[in-house]
Structure formats: C-alpha cells, structure tokens
Design a protein around this ligand. Structure first.
Ligand code: PMT
Length: 223
C-alpha cells in the first residue's frame, strides 16, 4: 500500500483538451492526451485522497476510485469546476483549455466553395484565473500548469502571479519527449514563496508522484 499522505484531502484535477465546435463535423482543439492529469488523479487516489477528475475528451480509462466528470468545451469545464471547487482542498489544473472558441457554431457543415474562410474567434473564460480570484487560499491549494516552449521560469512566474496560483508546474511543449501526448515529462515547479524546483525527466506517473512528494515535503497542504 502506498503512503497515505493525502488522506483527508479532496483533490480536484482537470485533464485533457477541450473541443470547441465549428460546425457539425469540425472543432478547434489541441494535442493534450490527458495522461498528465490522469496520472495526478490516479496517484492522489493511491495516496489516500478523495479525487474528482474533470476531463475533456480523451481515450483513457477513468482511474478506479476516482469520480470522473466528462466535459467537451471550455465553458463546460468552467461550469463543472465552479460547481465542485468548494469541496476541494487541492485544485490542480493540468487540462489544456482552448483559449478561443468559434464565435458562431454553424448548424450546417461549412462548404469548401470559397478559396479562403474567416473564422471569428472569441476568448474562452480562464478557469485558473477565476479560481485564483475566488478560492480560499488559506484552506485550498491552487496548482496551475504552464505549457511553454521558451523562457520557462520567466513565463511560469508570470502565470503564477497573473492567475494567483500557489504553485505552478511548467513543462516544455517544444519537445516531443515532454508536454503534450508523451509518456514522460519534466516539470519545473515554481511557488509563491519565490522558490523553484527542477524535477527529473521521468514517466508521467512518476512525475505526478514527485509533484505530490514536493507538495507534501514542503508543507503546501492546507490541512
Ligand atoms: O494531457 P497530456 O498529453 O498528458 O499533456 C500534458 C499537458 C502538456 C497538457 C499538461 O502537462 C499541461 O501543461 N497542462 C496545461 C496546458 C495549458 O493549457 O497551459 P497554459 O500555459 O496555456 O495555461 C496555463 C494554465 O491556465 C493551465 O493550468 C490551464 O489549465 C489554465 N487555463 C488556461 C486557459 C483557460 N482558458 N483556462 C485555464 O484554466
């Protein structure tokens, strides 16, 4: 049996991509597979937490023992997170939320009888930023992820502050070996105490355990 160092914690994890419909056949999305978020959910459950997983469309099986809520669009992910975040003592946002959606969803398939096509995009709500403003930081630990391809520490620190997170885990999406869809990852963890920790390059499952180790060992848990 794994160490039960997350016993008593309620962990809300978001995972996977969102899909933003354009017409009945097409959508805007990204390359997230859900592996990182599912690994966080699975390891948290194994370490004793009650786990709620809000998941965008993935091909992964729901981890046993974990309450999974399936969503498709960013707006649905926003609604599911806002309905459940008050229960959580730890919130981890590993999902790759689409920043934009098509302003109109065409009910009919868009035809290709034009040489070019203009799609008007509208910004989606920023779920993490909203949580940063709304959650009770004395009682709840808010952990963001940052997908970056350069200036990792600098960009991560900007997101940590702009979105009022307690911790942010930065990963390199410019490499095939880390970030989107890979089986392994390497995280740079920044916190609002001003510290930075470089975790090693390991499987996403191990990476999730190392992130929990980091959170527990540095006394980030609220209860
Ligand atoms: O799913 P995998 O294939 O395993 O890949 C893992 C991963 C690369 C998707 C994951 O490790 C990761 O980095 N997730 C965050 C991806 C992302 O959207 O990063 P970002 O830098 O664009 O966003 C920063 C943070 O804000 C993220 O916590 C994101 O969930 C959140 N966000 C972003 C936009 C938005 N509208 N709402 C949000 O909550």
């Amino acid at each position: 049996l794994a160490v039960q160092d997350l016993a008593g914690q309620v962990v809300l994890v978001t995972a996977g991509p969102t899909r933003e419909p354009i017409d009945p056949a097409r959508f805007l999305s990204n390359r997230s597979s859900g592996k990182m978020g599912y690994a966080l959910a699975r390891t948290a459950f194994r370490r004793g937490a009650r786990v709620i997983l809000v998941s965008g469309p993935t091909t992964l099986d729901g981890p046993p023992g974990v309450q999974r809520i399936d969503v498709t669009t960013a707006q649905q992910m926003y609604d599911a997170v806002m309905a459940h975040y008050r229960e959580a003592t730890v919130i981890i946002k590993a999902a790759a939320v689409a920043d934009f959606r098509s302003r109109e969803e065409s009910t009919e398939k868009i035809k290709k009888d034009q040489a070019s096509l203009v799609l008007h995009l509208q910004q989606n709500p920023d779920i993490l930023k909203e949580l940063g403003a709304r959650c009770d930081h004395d009682r709840q630990l808010l952990v963001g992820f940052a997908a970056e391809s350069a200036r990792f520490a600098e960009e991560g620190r900007k997101k940590l502050h702009n979105k009022q997170c307690d911790l942010i885990a930065v990963n390199d999406i410019g490499s095939e070996r880390t970030g989107f869809a890979s089986d392994a990852n390497r995280l740079l963890v920044l916190d609002n105490r001003g510290y930075m920790a470089e975790l090693p390059y390991v499987s996403k499952e191990r990476c999730a355990d190392l992130l929990w180790d980091h959170i527990v060992a540095n006394n980030f848990l609220r209860s």
